[in-house]
Ligand binder design. Structure first.
Ligand code: FES
Length: 158
C-alpha cells in the first residue's frame, strides 16, 4: 500500500496561486490536519508567505491546524440545532474539554468541531462523535455521552 504524504500530493499541483485552497484541502485529506511543515511546502511552491497562507486558511472553518484527537466531536450549528440550543451544547463541550472548537484536547482524546447541518434536523439539537449521531441533546445527556468516551468503553448502539 502506498502511503500518501503531504509532499507527494502537493507535487501534482502547479505553482499557480489559485491552487492554494485545493492544496490545503488535499493536505488535510491526507494528514487529517494542516501541519506547519505542509504550510512551508506550500509557501515554497506557490511563493506565498506562510503568514499569508495562515491568514487565508484561518478564514475557512474547514481547516484545522492541530492533529485530530482519538474521537472527533461535531456539534451541529445548522438553523434547527442552533434554535434548539446548539450553541449551549458547544459552550458546554468547550468548558468540559478545556478547548475551543477546532482544537484537540491535550491528552489527544477529543477534537471539537462545528458543522453546518448533520441532516437530521427533526432530532435537533444533534452532535456526532466519530460516526455516531446523538440526537435531542441536553446538557445532562451530553455529560452521559462524554463519560462513555472518557471511560474508554467501546461505544455501541443502544
Ligand atoms: S440543523 Fe442540525 S441536523 Fe440539521
Amino acid at each position: 500500500m502506498v502511503v500518501k504524504t503531504a509532499a507527494s500530493v502537493l507535487e501534482k499541483f502547479s505553482t499557480r496561486r489559485e491552487n492554494l485552497i485545493p492544496m490545503l484541502q488535499k493536505v488535510q485529506e491526507v494528514e487529517g490536519f494542516i501541519s506547519p511543515e505542509s504550510i512551508k511546502l506550500i509557501s515554497d511552491k506557490l511563493r506565498i508567505s506562510e503568514n499569508e497562507i495562515y491568514g487565508v486558511s484561518t478564514f475557512y472553518a474547514q481547516f484545522r491546524f492541530t492533529p485530530p484527537g482519538e474521537h472527533s466531536i461535531y456539534v451541529c450549528m445548522g438553523t434547527a440545532c442552533h434554535v434548539k440550543g446548539g450553541q449551549q451544547i458547544l459552550n458546554m463541550l468547550e468548558y468540559e474539554l478545556g478547548i475551543k472548537e477546532g482544537q484537540t484536547t491535550e491528552d489527544g482524546r477529543f477534537d471539537l468541531n462545528r458543522v453546518a447541518c448533520l441532516g437530521c434536523c427533526a432530532l435537533a439539537p444533534v452532535i456526532k462523535i466519530d460516526d455516531k449521531i446523538y440526537s435531542q441533546m441536553s446538557v445532562l445527556k451530553l455529560m452521559d455521552v462524554l463519560e462513555k468516551y472518557t471511560q474508554s468503553v467501546e461505544v455501541t448502539d443502544e
